[in-house]
Structure formats: structure tokens, C-alpha cells
Write a protein that binds this ligand. Structure first.
Ligand SMILES: [Ca+2]
Ligand SMILES: [Ca+2]
Ligand SMILES: [Ca+2]
Length: 318
């Protein structure tokens, strides 16, 4: 065999393996019993990347929260020859040690069982879950890249919003279709999300819109976000905690509070905690994620409870 033919064979075989017989992802398929759409991504990704990919599709990294969704997942795994492998699912214990919840805070379907010896939290580092073709669960490292499913509600399946023209003389605020408003006092654009989500999903939502979970860099910006919240209180739905909005800082493993870009709060330009904060939930629940009380001052909040949140886009960044 010539070298050229050998190279072609190697490339072709490798590509076939990586792309799973040329299918990288299925189309969204409707699961009637769950009134939801499900899409299998065959190209593996780590949990956080998978979560963002699904968010970019206006969906969520799927968890088998009902029998119907679990069965639809297992059927697709069988069809695309993943039954002997595993897929990554959205449920995580990243924010509530040992307690696996879907990204919407739901429990998994009762029909699912742990695989033998699981969950073992190997090396104390298994905060994500994999679903095997037989319907058995295992806790795994969130860094492990696996195929995954994205899920959409039927209502947002064709949710491409209208593209609107930017106001002349003002920055375009990135993707105007997401309805960000420019603020000349800081040079940033902001959007208040009233539909409550856990912190990690809020983070991914802002990213999917081309922005980031808002960071307060000055007293002026605190006032701007406070006013933004106060003018949007009617838009808040599904909040587990009243009168605060998630923003872009958190407690890191070393115990320090820093922004999502790794700056300390002082270096970012605003470190004014509200009275009695950070409270760590008075010791009842852990509060490792950052939020802003409705008065514009900082608070530590539960990472798993759902709250409204604020995204920011810096126009010069795109
Ligand atoms: Ca395990
Ligand atoms: Ca900012
Ligand atoms: Ca607190």
C-alpha cells in the first residue's frame, strides 16, 4: 500500500471514529410525553462546555428528570450506538454536595438506578453524572468529555428574536436581538433577566448572549444595577430568594471572593457588602455565589437556588 493510501485510510478511519459515522449531532426530536425537544450531541464535551453549547441553542443540558425523557435518551443512545458507552447529563452536585439536581433544580426520574459501586465520588472529585445505555447512573468528574443531550421546551424551539437596528450614535450592544441597553456612564450594556436560574446557568445564559454575568466595577455601576433591578421587579419569576440578583463573582476554593475573571472584588473596583454579608446563609445553607441585594450592595447567595440575574456586555469587547 502506498504511503498516500495508508494516510488516507488512517485519516478516514480516525474521522469516522471521531464523528460517529458522520453524525456529530442529531436533529431535535420531539418527546411527546414530556412536551419537550431532545437533541443528542455525539461529539464529546466536558460538562461546562456541554452546558454552554446547549444554552447557545436556547436549550439546557438535559437530565432524565422524567421517565419519558429517560426512555427517549436511552432509545437515542441505542440508535446511535452509544448504548455500551455513557452520556453526560446536566444533573450536578457542584453546588449541593452529594445531592444531584438537574440544572433546573429537579430530581432525576425514580426509575433510574446507580450502577454497581456508584456513586463513589472517586478522588473526592465526581460532581457530575453519566447515564449508561442500561439506564444506570454513575458519578464522574465534570472534566470528563462525553456525548450529551440538549433539551428545549416546545415553546422556545423557534425563538429567534427579531434583529433590531441600533440607535444611531450608540454602540450596538453586541447582539441587539437580546435586548441589552447601553449605559453611557459605564460604557457597558446591561440586561436584567427576571426568569430565575441557578448561578451556573445564569453564567451560561449571559455567555450565550455574548456577554457575562455582570461585574460591579464602581459605586456608579452599583447604582445603575440597583436602578435596573428596581425598575424590573415585576419581571421576576420563580425566585427562591427575594430581592437579590445574581452577578459575576463567587467564592473560590481558596476561600477568596473574586469575579468570574479572577480579580479580587477590591481590584474590580467594588467590594461593598451589605450589612451582615457575607452571611453564608447563617450556616444553614452554603452561599458560595455572588449576588447584589436590591439596594445595590453585595451578598453571598446559594449557588443552587434560582434567582433573577443581570448580564453585562462591554461593547469594546466585540
Ligand atoms: Ca464514580
Ligand atoms: Ca462592569
Ligand atoms: Ca448572604
Amino acid at each position: 500500500m502506498s504511503r498516500f493510501k495508508l494516510l488516507c485510510l488512517v485519516l478516514f478511519t480516525g474521522w469516522q471514529y471521531a464523528a460517529g459515522s458522520r453524525v456529530t449531532a442529531t436533529e431535535y426530536e420531539y418527546v411527546r410525553e414530556a412536551d419537550a425537544w431532545l437533541r443528542l450531541h455525539i461529539v464529546p464535551a466536558a460538562w461546562s462546555d456541554a452546558a454552554v453549547h446547549c444554552q447557545l441553542e436556547d436549550g439546557v443540558l438535559a437530565s432524565p428528570t422524567s421517565e419519558a425523557i429517560a426512555q427517549a435518551m436511552l432509545k437515542a443512545m441505542e440508535k446511535y450506538k452509544l448504548a455500551s458507552k455513557s452520556v453526560s447529563i446536566g444533573a450536578t452536585s457542584l453546588f449541593s454536595k452529594g445531592d444531584f439536581k438537574s440544572l433546573d433544580g429537579e430530581d432525576l426520574a425514580d426509575s433510574l438506578e446507580w450502577a454497581s459501586g456508584e456513586p463513589d465520588n472517586a478522588f473526592n472529585a465526581e460532581n457530575c453524572l453519566a447515564l449508561a445505555g442500561a439506564g444506570k447512573l454513575a458519578d464522574i468528574s465534570c472534566a470528563r468529555a462525553l456525548p450529551y443531550f440538549c433539551l428545549k421546551n416546545v415553546h422556545n424551539c423557534s425563538s429567534d428574536n427579531e434583529v433590531t437596528s441600533p440607535t444611531p450614535g450608540q454602540p450596538a450592544c453586541g447582539k441587539d436581538r437580546y435586548d441589552y441597553k447601553w449605559e453611557p456612564r459605564t460604557g457597558s450594556c446591561y440586561k436584567f433577566h427576571g426568569a430565575s436560574k441557578p448561578w451556573r446557568l445564569a453564567l451560561a445564559t449571559c455567555q450565550a448572549e455574548g456577554g457575562y454575568l455582570a461585574i460591579i466595577n464602581s459605586g456608579t455601576e452599583s447604582t445603575i444595577l440597583k436602578n435596573l433591578y428596581n425598575s424590573n421587579t415585576d419581571a421576576v419569576t420563580g425566585a427562591d430568594q427575594p430581592k437579590h440578583a445574581l452577578i459575576g463573582f463567587r467564592k473560590y476554593e481558596d476561600g477568596e471572593w473574586a469575579t468570574i475573571f479572577g480579580e479580587t472584588l477590591a481590584n474590580a473596583g467594588f467590594a461593598n457588602w451589605d450589612v451582615g454579608e457575607p452571611s453564608n446563609g447563617s450556616g444553614v445553607v452554603n452561599e458560595y455565589c455572588g449576588s447584589m441585594h436590591i439596594n445595590g450592595l453585595l451578598n453571598d447567595a446559594s449557588c443552587s437556588w434560582k434567582s433573577p440575574f443581570i448580564c453585562e456586555i462591554t461593547p469594546s469587547n466585540f
